[in-house]
Design a protein around this ligand. Structure first.
Ligand SMILES: Nc1ncnc2c1ncn2[C@@H]1O[C@H](COP(=O)(O)OP(=O)(O)OP(=O)(O)O)[C@@H](O)[C@H]1O
Ligand SMILES: [Mg+2]
Length: 260
């Protein structure tokens, strides 16, 4: 299938016949089968599909957390297959930011320290002072400048997810990969999070996001659907929702409820 193209932009991600097969005992599971697609700079892609259709497997491959069984993955024009573990770690650290459904924050660590963490692994090393400044700036950007010393357990789900986003942003990634980032959030918080993603995307960051919810995919520029390891549809979203507008409508609806 040919991906919808944006001629002016260059591809951040190029997949050519990418496949990932798991071997567990006698059983072979073809989790991703021969996926060929391009994702361009500035894109905001939603990946949908039933449970088990291969979304997370594809995301783990895009995130260089897992290697394809066959096929090619070029990230920013560089073939990932030829890189060793150290080079992959460096690539992840420099170019990618991750956001997960379950936040994956360190529990006994403050918001600030959680966000500083990826910089501890950055090469060249980021000096302590700069680490702190950048972590504060990232937390301010997600609206948590007043929660720097709070631990995850002292924060709401939406706030924890925003810390995870600040952590994903702190190394100034080109690409943010989010696997069901709103899976544990209520409607309003989900819309706020999508607003944050839309702002980041407007500032030039490419985003690929897995979601089960059509309502959430509606905020993306491009929608893909997977089935049995194959991308069965891939199209531009002509009626993209804007989170800022959705929030105003929600505010109005809640006011109406309060008045009656
Ligand atoms: N480590 C593994 N070993 C063996 N099989 C696996 C492994 N990880 C995933 N699979 C299988 O690969 C297929 C795709 O799994 P994947 O996690 O990518 O699905 P998904 O689309 O993310 O589903 P969900 O929406 O439930 O998160 C499934 O059939 C799953 O059982
Ligand atoms: Mg999954």
């Amino acid at each position: 299938m040919s991906a919808p193209s944006q001629p002016a932009a260059s591809p951040v991600i190029q997949l050519r016949n990418l496949a990932r097969t798991y071997q567990s005992g006698e059983v072979e599971v073809k989790a991703v089968r021969n996926v060929t697609l391009d994702i361009f700079r500035g894109d905001f892609v939603a990946i949908m599909g039933a449970s088990g259709s291969g979304k997370s497997t594809l995301m783990n491959t895009l995130g260089c957390l897992d290697q394809p069984t066959s096929g090619e993955y070029l990230l920013d024009g560089v073939g990932v297959a030829g890189l060793n573990r150290k080079q992959l770690a460096k690539l992840r650290n420099r170019k990618l930011g991750f956001v997960f459904q379950s936040f994956n924050l360190l529990a006994r660590t403050s918001a600030l320290e959680n966000v500083e963490l990826p910089m501890l692994y950055a090469l060249p090393m980021v000096p302590r002072r700069e680490r702190r400044q950048r972590a504060i700036a990232a937390l301010e950007k997600v609206g948590l400048g007043d929660r720097l010393g709070h631990h995850p357990s002292q924060l709401s789900g939406g706030q924890q997810q925003r810390i995870a986003i600040a952590r994903a942003l702190v190394n100034q990634p080109e690409l943010v990969l989010a696997d069901e980032p709103t899976g544990n959030l209520d409607t309003r918080t989900s819309i706020e999070l999508m607003g944050l993603f839309q702002e980041l995307n407007d500032s030039g960051i490419t985003i690929v996001m897995v979601t089960h919810e059509l309502d959430i995919a509606a905020y993306c520029k491009r929608m893909m659907v997977m089935r049995d390891g194959v991308v069965i549809s891939d199209s531009r979203n002509p009626t993209r929702r804007l989170a800022a507008e959705a929030r105003s409508s929600l505010d109005l609806a809640e006011q109406d409820v309060n008045l009656t």
